[in-house]
Write a protein that binds this ligand. Structure first.
Ligand SMILES: NC(=O)c1ccc[n+]([C@@H]2O[C@H](COP(=O)([O-])OP(=O)(O)OC[C@H]3O[C@@H](n4cnc5c(N)ncnc54)[C@H](OP(=O)(O)O)[C@@H]3O)[C@@H](O)[C@H]2O)c1
Length: 377
């Protein structure tokens, strides 16, 4: 049983602890759930800011529907950070539903977001609960940019880009869980939205994104397709949406792309267990440990959406810093709204649709984490 209204699941992880930072900042009591309570206690003592002023408890639970249902019961909102979500997410989604909780997570993996929508959207709606995967830097920032573009009447086609500063994996701030999630994308179909239909990207798609924030084009990939084509598929305003992700460090992104080609040539046909071994060795060799806390001088992001209509054209940009810290902030912002019973949607809905993109942007702006601008073209 959870004693407090917000559960942070994955409480020993980098992102889970950043959600706690923001909950503590808002004086929201929370239940920290993970598979190893000893590790949670040790990690929280090292990493969580102002822990001495927090009201919280630690609950250990194995990763199964029954154990997590038991751990979540009594709470109102579950913030899940246990990824790769394609492997672990649905167990927590089912447990949150059975426990009668709203569900938020920090995914972004398109195939998983689709399976949440198709498997749980309607049941959550009937229960009067929100299920909102991908409330995280990726892809809340690009969705905010897209929503700002959609404020211009007539916009019905979106192209979005999520561009982040050079993640040389653990050395510059990418976590173990994120690296595992990145390599999992090799196994997933990546789709864009074209005339209301999800269409797979051609194998090996790359784009060189030209943006006025950069001198050089940014080498970018579909990155699993992102969550935006799924969230906009049933949005009456939008016909088509294509999204890409790039690192300012083109060499790192080219390395990820070449590993994808290697995956296709050598590992794609292997049984899942053998693929798991390959992915684990990729994660261990690139990201052996938890990175240090982010710094605004190092971790910077640019997300933009180009919106077009028959004659209308607009470009909306969100500049940001510290994407993991920002992920903690948007999770907290969502939890606050749900504690207040203030959600525009139940069932499957993005953070922007449930809480309002202007609310999420304002929350980030007020904390120095994002700045938006818009240009009519
Ligand atoms: N979309 C975005 O912008 C964004 C931003 C941040 C994070 N994320 C995603 O969020 C996820 C977590 O990231 P992170 O930075 O917090 O990674 P992390 O530091 O590696 O933490 C992962 C957490 O998941 C737990 N975990 C891993 N495997 C588990 C399993 N089999 N059963 C139960 N718990 C398990 C870990 O527990 P132990 O400590 O016991 O291993 C830990 O608490 C990743 O999928 C990442 O891609 C996305």
């Amino acid at each position: 049983m959870a004693k407090y209204p917000v559960v942070v699941y994955g409480a020993s992880g980098f992102t889970g602890m950043l959600i706690m930072d923001w909950l503590i900042d808002q004086q929201i009591p929370f239940t920290a759930v993970a598979r190893n309570a000893g590790r949670v206690k040790e990690m929280m003592a090292q990493r969580v800011v102002r822990l001495e002023s927090a009201t919280y408890e630690i609950v250990q639970a194995e990763h199964s529907v029954s154990a997590l249902t038991q751990a979540f019961k009594g709470a109102k909102v579950v913030c899940n950070t246990v990824g790769p979500f394609i492997n672990f997410g649905l167990v927590a989604v089912e447990a949150a539903l059975k426990a009668g909780c709203h569900y938020l997570d920090t995914s972004g993996e398109q195939a998983y977001v689709r399976s949440v929508r198709d498997g749980f959207g309607e049941i959550y709606r009937q229960a009067g609960l929100l299920v909102s995967p991908s409330l995280a830097y990726m892809y809340t920032f690009s969705e905010i940019a897209a929503e700002i573009a959609l404020e211009t009447p007539g916009i019905d086609v979106l192209e979005t880009a999520t561009l982040c500063r050079g993640p040389r994996f653990a050395a510059s701030g990418v976590t173990v869980g994120s690296t595992a999630s990145i390599f999992e994308l090799y196994r997933q179909e990546a789709c864009y939205l074209w005339e209301k239909q999800l269409v797979p990207h051609a194998y090996g798609t790359t784009v060189n994104i030209v943006d006025q924030n950069f001198v050089q084009p940014v080498f970018s990939l579909p990155w699993g397709g992102t969550s935006l084509p799924v969230y906009f598929q049933h949005d009456a305003r939008v016909r088509s949406c294509t999204s890409y992700v790039g690192f300012y460090d083109n060499d790192v992104m080219k390395l990820v792309h070449s590993l994808g080609a290697k995956w296709d040539a050598e590992y794609k046909k292997l049984p899942k267990e053998q693929q798991n071994v390959v992915i684990k060795s990729m994660v261990d060799s690139t990201t052996p440990s938890m990175p240090p806390r982010e710094r605004t001088t190092a971790q910077r992001t640019v997300d933009f959406a180009v919106g077009r209509g028959q004659l209308a054209a607009v470009r909306a940009t969100v500049h940001g810093v510290t994407s993991y810290i920002s992920t903690g902030a948007v999770q907290c912002a969502g939890a606050m709204k749900l504690l207040d019973n203030d959600t525009a949607k139940v069932g499957f809905a993005s953070g922007s649709k449930a809480f309002g993109h202007r609310y999420l942007l304002g929350f980030l702006e007020q904390r120095g984490l994002a700045r938006a601008s818009v240009q009519q073209l």
